[in-house]
Design a protein around this ligand. Structure first.
Ligand SMILES: *Cc1c(COP(=O)(O)O)cnc(C)c1O
Length: 366
């Protein structure tokens, strides 16, 4: 079976982990600082603050924005549960705008309609490795005095007109095992704002400014030097990683362009896609439904994934939650029933890519 995701570490990671082990300092220390500095430098953002995962990165970011009960955060319904869980954990109310079919991300026109007097934060998710349409989102934020928090968990190094993900206010990244850069579990928060960065560094460490001097009610959201040692070499190789993913995506796009009933993803004008996922749509015009399609691919040895099988609020726990305000999102409701992600990872060989293309074409009757 050609797997949808693979995790690959090299000798550089082994050496750096050993260096940390030999140093005897395994908690947050110099290796975490090195990861932060390199990340900030690579993506042209003043500050990167490492935390223990992408979900706490979102929670901490919302917490330093000082939201009050009743304050609303607008996000996309087509995301991983962490986005919504973080909003609820921070005590805010979640509302939802519809998405666009061409980039799977929040639709600025729908977003504009959903802003209320209570809205404080716009939380776009850069899904699958491609950024949301940031110009109109930024214009709305400026116009209405709102903060932007980008959930870039899947989009390390993606750009919009040359500007990197995580540079529009606050940005969060995940370093979970399946993400483009991984430390097993881990996260990063980026911002150009000195004051927010300072508060985030205090917040992640029990609210402690210096030894036993507490400035706020904080958390233990720290990353360890052992984890950071896995991330540093991947950052050094990241340009290569992205170009491999782009080459794989280009091959798939070319091979699947004319398959009836299947819509292939694309990199939109002015955006640098980092292809965390390569997600096609099995539309109602296809000769089989999505479940049959996924099964037939598996029978031919091609792994795939459905990210995500339902809209994020479409579970009992959220539908009945007093701080989740659902709304009509027709585009997202359609898309959620059509998506299938195919392997695009860096372990794929030319033969694997041909096999994926041949399998999809055969299954879809091209
Ligand atoms: C992975 C992910 C997160 C959460 O990151 P963790 O490191 O798993 O906590 C948040 N949002 C999105 C869109 C993700 O894909």
């Amino acid at each position: 079976m050609i797997p949808i995701t693979t995790v690959q570490f090299g000798e550089e990671e082994q050496e750096l982990v050993m260096e940390v082990l030999r140093s005897g300092a395994v908690a947050q220390g110099p290796m975490v600082a090195r990861l932060e500095n390199r990340f900030a430098e690579l993506f042209g953002i003043r500050h990167a603050i490492a935390v223990n995962n992408g979900t706490t990165a979102l929670v901490a970011s919302l917490q330093v924005l000082d939201l009050k009960p009743g304050d609303e955060v607008i996000t996309t319904p087509f995301t991983f549960a962490a986005t919504l869980n973080a909003i609820l954990e921070a005590g805010a109310t979640a509302t939802f705008a519809d998405i666009r079919a061409d980039d799977f991300n929040i639709d600025p026109a729908s977003l504009a309609e959903r802003i209320t007097d209570k809205t404080k934060v716009i939380l776009p998710v850069h899904l699958y490795g491609q950024m949301a349409d940031m110009d109109p989102i930024q214009a709305l934020a400026t116009d209405r005095g709102l903060r932007i928090l980008e959930d870039a968990a899947q989009s390390h190094g993606a750009d919009y007109k040359g500007r990197y993900a995580g540079s529009y206010g606050l940005g969060t990244f995940s370093l979970y095992a399946t993400k483009n850069i991984t430390t097993g579990e881990g996260g990063l928060i980026t911002t150009d704002d000195d004051e927010l960065a300072d508060r985030l560094r205090v917040l992640r460490n029990q609210g402690m400014r210096s030894r036993y001097v507490y400035e706020m009610a904080g958390h233990n959201y720290r990353l360890t030097d052992l984890q950071a040692a896995l991330g540093v070499p991947q950052l050094e190789r990241y340009e290569q990683t992205v170009s491999t993913r782009r080459r794989n995506a280009d091959r798939l796009i070319e091979g699947l362009a004319d398959v009836p009933g299947i819509v292939v993803p694309r990199q939109l004008e002015g955006r640098g896609h980092v292809w965390h996922q390569f997600t096609i749509r099995v539309t109602p015009e296809a000769r089989m439904n999505r479940d049959e399609f996924v099964e037939a691919l598996a029978a031919r040895g091609v792994g795939s994934g459905i990210y995500y099988p339902k809209l994020v609020f479409d579970y009992e726990a959220y539908r009945t939650h007093p701080r989740v305000i659902t709304s009509d999102v027709p585009v997202a409701a359609q898309i959620v029933s059509e998506v299938v992600s195919l392997p695009v990872n860096t372990s794929l060989t030319d033969a694997d890519l041909s096999e994926i293309i041949t399998a999809v074409r055969a299954v879809a009757g091209a």
